[in-house]
Design a protein around this ligand. Structure first.
Ligand code: 26Q
Length: 793
């Protein structure tokens, strides 16, 4: 797209006048931003329309990524970068006398997800557009996103995220594409003239699903795809009653703030069916208009199920093919399986979704009938070959519950995990039985990240340096970063790299000062852990490491200065996670106020972690804490973002950490802790209390939780101590403690040799290209969605 600065200035003034009937000097920063967003939306509009028309005309196969969460992050800078207009616009804003930083900062960050899964979905949309694939998102337009987190007396306080209050300029409401979604009532199967059974619905509760489309602009490709989010509204007949508005709208009112607990709540089930049904209806309508014959569906459409939340898509597509398209069961089933694919994101047993059949039947009677039939046929087909024990465990219906992961595997032609170790563990643990039956369906697709957002946009000092040293090819092909390896021993380059890092640290230090009123030394080692707060992710182990450092300082030890940076939200109902938040804040208060620690040790827990805060923290990190108990973190993606900006990883051999080590080289990572196999072998004989009694440092630290050494954590300290000693330390914090300290001392030693440190940072950046989401979606595209040709061998 070619726009001159002069043209841009004219467009900007025009839009400001048209929308606000005012001169620029009277616009608030929010209005300045909104004006700019509308201008940019206009610039992308032609490509958007053209991409849609082109896909239809050429009958390009479409991918639909169904996800109950999306976290796109702020779009203004990213859209400008991808359109190639960022420099022109920045120059134009400057000429207009506007403060471009303030304009960008006025954008709200839509928090329509909890964490890794939602961010991955958005990274994939960005990557699909940037590799020219026709890939669309299908999800929910929550009226309130994930809560805003504040700290009051060290406690997490949740404030509603009213993200739509000022309107969201990137979305376009498509009333003409609204569909009806039916809940409840009952279904009769009435034989028609042709002998085919017709499903007749009675007494259903109908809700209108209205799509809001947002452009997903590819990086310099001209491809613009669509993220379609659905909002619930009353149907026309019922719209007059105010109570109805409230009731229908309730479905898309808020995002569930848990990312592991699946307590079967009816509203959640409604949300799932709502966006699945609306999405599939609109896909089929469009498909029939462009292709005609539904029997060709899998040739032109791939539907991807992001975790089990949309797994009922299997049943809903069957319903549409049987009841609306009048296909026979076998044909409908073959089309469904060929169309669907499923990604699993967790090994945690408590996160595997099941629904009580009674609830499912009441809310979705027709889908329940189909679930029974899928279950019956599955059992009949595989019983003799695999035996009743295995088939019982693999079936969708068990003990009055519908097991969504089982349904997803049975109804998809492809199933994948999100890192090598995770995909292997799926086959031996949670999906072991289904793996016996469908071994060919299973594969690995290691997650990826978008270096455009995390390096090009968030780390300008590094990006500029890279251009200078290896040219700009890496901006299109992140794998070109390997060229950096030949500079890993060049002292001039290494000192420039550290200067870029320092610039980022100064910026983060200013943010810490502004947010927490805490002054931190920008030349200290910045040690970062940013992710949801979960027992298995072991923020507690990190805290124990800080307390050990604190005690060492008190004894006069001299170590490199460290600033520990945390970002983490806890599910509002997750007691233990909230206790750990209070502990981190209490340790921060203790350490930050202690004159003995000044200049040596500081703890900054920044509230409200999300995409925008991540953009500020990641480029400033020296150390990336990826310390989950081996065998618990499916993949992790902050590990990839942090390596891409030159942090060294302090890690267990879990999730994608293993692949990061393989890519960057053993020496470039501080590995510690039990392996997955060791942890598994230890479990039956583990005695946490014995570890506590045996290790005096550990003993002292555990005691600090309850002996008043850390003020204001009376009940939290007791709770955490009980988890460790009375409940036998589920995630082996005590077991990995000593080795964690040893790995930290190795990092300390390395810090003393800045050239060696910078060399390893370089190795990390150089190896990070292979974790580009562009490559990940291309692997999905070739091997699962079949929208790209198979790789020549
Ligand atoms: C399910 C039912 C009811 C309520 C909530 C949920 C729910 C919501 C979100 C369950 C799970 C999630 C999100 C899970 C998630 O983010 N998993 C992470 O996915 C990343 C991308 O694959 C991985 O990198 C992480 O390892 C994994 O934890």
């Amino acid at each position: 797209m070619v726009i001159t600065t002069t043209q841009f200035i004219k467009d900007y003034r025009d839009v400001a006048l048209r929308w606000f009937a005012d001169g620029l000097e009277n616009l608030s920063p929010l209005q300045q931003y909104q004006t700019l967003a509308l201008v940019v939306k206009g610039y992308a509009a032609r490509d958007w329309a053209r991409s849609k028309a082109h896909a239809d005309k050429t009958q390009q196969k479409q991918v639909y990524y169904f996800s109950i969460e999306f976290m796109p992050g702020r779009l203004l800078a990213s859209n400008l970068l991808n359109l190639g207009l960022k420099d022109v616009v920045d120059a134009g804003l400057a000429k207009l006398g506007l403060d471009s930083a303030a304009v960008y900062a006025a954008e709200r960050d839509p928090g329509l997800g909890n964490g890794g899964l939602g961010r991955l979905a958005s990274a994939f949309l960005d990557a699909m557009a940037s590799t020219g694939m026709a890939g669309n998102g299908n999800g929910i337009r929550y009226r309130y996103g994930l809560f805003e987190q504040r700290f009051v007396d060290g406690y997490q306080v949740e404030v509603p995220d009213d993200w739509l209050r000022d309107s969201y300029p990137w979305e376009t409401r498509k009333e003409n594409r609204a569909v009806i979604v039916k809940f409840g009532g009952h279904v009769d199967l009435v034989p028609g003239a042709s002998g085919h059974l017709t499903a007749v619905y009675q007494g259903t509760d109908d809700v209108l699903a209205v799509p809001y489309d947002t452009a997903m602009i590819g990086y310099r490709t001209g491809t613009v795809n669509t993220m379609r989010l659905w909002a619930a509204e009353p149907t026309a007949e019922r719209a007059h009653a105010l109570a109805e508005t409230a009731r229908a709208g309730a479905i898309t009112e808020f995002l569930y703030p848990d990312d592991s607990d699946t307590a079967g709540r009816e509203l959640r089930l409604r949300q799932e069916y709502f966006f699945v049904s609306a999405g599939l209806q609109s896909i089929l309508t469009h498909f029939k208009r462009t292709h005609g014959d539904v029997r060709l569906l899998p040739n032109f459409v791939a539907v991807h199920i992001n975790d089990t939340h949309p797994a009922m898509a299997v049943l809903e597509l069957m319903r549409l093919l049987l009841d609306e398209e009048q296909l026979a069961w076998d044909q409908a089933w073959q089309l469904t399986v060929a169309t669907m694919s499923y990604t699993n994101h967790t090994l945690m047993a408590e996160a595997l979704e099941t629904w009580p059949l009674g609830m499912f039947q009441d809310l979705l009677p027709r889908l329940a009938q189909l679930a029974f039939e899928v279950d019956r046929r599955f059992r009949a087909r595989y019983l003799s070959r695999f035996g009743s024990v295995l088939v019982n465990r693999a079936a969708p219906l068990q003990d009055g519950q519908l097991h969504m992961a089982n349904l997803a595997v049975i109804g998809s032609h492809a199933v994948n995990g999100v890192a090598k170790i995770h995909s292997e563990l799926l086959k031996t643990t949670v999906l072991a039985d289904l793996y016996q039956i469908f071994p060919d369906r299973f594969s690995n697709k290691t997650n990826g990240i978008t270096p455009r957002r995390w390096v090009q946009l968030a780390d300008v000092p590094l990006a500029t340096l890279l251009d200078d040293v290896i040219g700009t090819k890496w901006r299109h092909q992140p794998q070109a970063l390997v060229a950096l390896r030949s500079h890993a021993s060049d002292p001039a380059f290494l000192s420039r790299l550290m200067a870029a890092k320092h610039e980022n640290k100064v910026r983060l230090a200013a943010l810490i000062q502004a947010t927490l009123g805490l002054e931190v030394p920008a030349d200290a080692m910045f040690d970062v852990q940013i992710k949801r707060l979960h027992a298995y992710k072991r923020q507690l182990l990190h805290v124990f490491g800080i307390l050990e450092h604190y005690l060492a300082i008190k004894k006069g030890a001299v170590r490199p200065p460290r600033v520990h940076v945390f970002g983490a939200k806890a599910a509002p109902s997750y007691r233990y996670a909230k206790a750990v938040i209070r502990l981190i804040n209490a340790v921060a208060a203790l350490v930050n106020a202690d004159p003995d620690c000044a200049g040596k040790l500081a703890v900054a827990f920044l509230p409200n972690y999300g995409v925008s805060l991540a953009e500020a923290i990641i480029p400033a990190a020296d150390v990336s804490e990826q310390i989950s108990l081996a065998g618990t973190e499916a993949s992790g993606t902050s590990n990839m973002k942090l390596m891409a900006t030159g942090a060294l990883t302090l890690a267990t051999l879990d999730g994608a950490n293993i692949e990061i080590r393989d890519a960057a080289g053993k020496e470039s990572m501080a590995v510690f802790g039990l392996t997955e196999q060791e942890a598994k072998a230890l479990r039956p004989q583990y005695n946490a209390r014995e570890r506590y009694e045996r290790d005096p440092v550990l003993h002292r630290i555990v005691d600090m939780l309850t002996d008043g050494s850390i003020p204001n954590i009376e009940s939290e300290g007791r709770e955490i101590r009980a988890e460790l000693l009375d409940y036998n330390d589920t995630y082996f914090v005590l077991a990995d403690f000593a080795d964690y300290l040893a790995a930290n001392r190795r990092l300390d030693a390395l810090w003393g040799d800045p050239v060696a440190w910078a060399k390893l940072a370089t190795e990390n950046i150089a190896a990070s290209g292979r974790f580009s989401a562009d490559l990940t979606v291309q692997r999905y595209g070739r091997e699962i969605w079949r929208v790209l040709p198979e790789q020549p061998v």
